[in-house]
Design a binder for this molecule. Structure first.
Ligand SMILES: NC(=O)c1ccc[n+]([C@@H]2O[C@H](COP(=O)([O-])OP(=O)(O)OC[C@H]3O[C@@H](n4cnc5c(N)ncnc54)[C@H](OP(=O)(O)O)[C@@H]3O)[C@@H](O)[C@H]2O)c1
Length: 265
């Protein structure tokens, strides 16, 4: 990996610049969430991931406001739940999210999961209106496998598919399509919710490179085209550790060993 690629903290997809390392906020609630978001922004995070379903948008918004960081420096993502996939509910959902977050626009509005009830075209139509009205700078999907992502791309200007992606969960179809069609893949649960940090191979690579297991997993993800990631961490120390991944390289051999974990979870 050329050094300038390692040092790049943003990725540009469909003309939109996205900070490659964001803060995940699922299960961050109350004052811990306000403080976590404020602190992450203080450390230098510029990408915050929330969702209507996380019931913490107000706290995320307060953290953003308290941080003093300019709104236009932060990439804010929220999600519409599939139970709100009908067009009128989509509208109500993103308007409620904006109100709770205290923002006049989002950077990315995602459909959290595919809906079994509402045709995708209808949901994406209402999300497209949000885009036209300036309520969000981009729209996308989450938890869409390759075939559904292809369908979504045929129906709207999809910037992103946010999917579970870590050393135990490969996403070959989504990644291939993302490269073909210039789509951002946001890797959620990058540590397999902590499991990957105890992995013996990840630990061996960490010892080899002289970095921590979390940094190894994040560097492995960020070395891949079209990929950004949103680890969640509850303490300042861990948030700081997770952000310190733009100044070291993995070898081809290290990357191969980590990718190989997907075959033996
Ligand atoms: N679109 C979706 O359907 C979807 C689904 C799941 C998640 N997400 C998003 O992805 C984000 C991240 O995923 P996740 O929360 O499921 O799991 P994750 O980021 O893979 O792992 C979080 C776990 O790792 C621990 N951790 C973090 N940094 C660490 C470090 N440096 N050293 C040791 N342990 C560390 C955390 O502990 P502490 O918290 O105790 O520090 C927490 O237990 C979520 O917050 C959410 O924003 C999206």
């Amino acid at each position: 990996m050329p050094r300038e690629a390692t040092e790049a903290t943003t990725i540009t997809v469909r003309g939109i610049e996205v900070p490659k390392l964001g803060l995940g906020t699922w299960q961050l609630t109350g004052e811990d969430c306000v403080e976590g978001v404020r602190d992450a922004l203080d450390l230098g995070y510029r990408h915050i991931d929330t969702a209507a379903a996380y019931a913490n948008e107000e706290e995320v918004g307060r953290g953003i406001a308290d941080s003093g960081v300019d709104r236009d420096q932060i990439f804010v993502v929220t999600k519409v739940s599939p139970r709100d996939a009908a067009p009128d509910d989509v509208r109500r959902s993103y308007e409620r999210s904006l109100r709770k977050l205290g923002l006049d626009h989002l950077d990315l509005l995602l459909l959290h999961w595919p809906s079994e009830r509402v045709p995708l075209a209808d949901t994406l139509g209402a999300m497209g209106e949000a885009l036209q009205r300036g309520a969000t700078r981009a729209i996308g999907v989450s938890n869409f496998p390759g075939d559904l992502l292809r369908e979504a791309l045929d129906r709207g200007p999809i910037l992103c598919d946010q999917v579970e992606y870590h050393p135990y969960q490969p996403q070959p179809e989504v990644l291939e399509l993302a490269r073909e069609r210039d789509v951002l893949v946001t890797a959620y649960s990058p540590f397999a919710q902590g499991r990957a940090l105890d992995d013996p191979i990840v630990r061996e690579v960490a010892d080899d490179v002289g970095r921590t297991p979390s940094q190894i997993v994040l560097r492995w993800l960020l070395d891949q085209p079209q990929v950004c990631t949103i680890p969640k961490a509850s303490s300042r120390e861990r948030r700081e550790e997770n952000l310190a991944v733009f100044d070291f390289d993995l070898s081809e051999e290290h990357r191969g060993r980590i990718a190989g974990r997907a075959e033996r979870p």
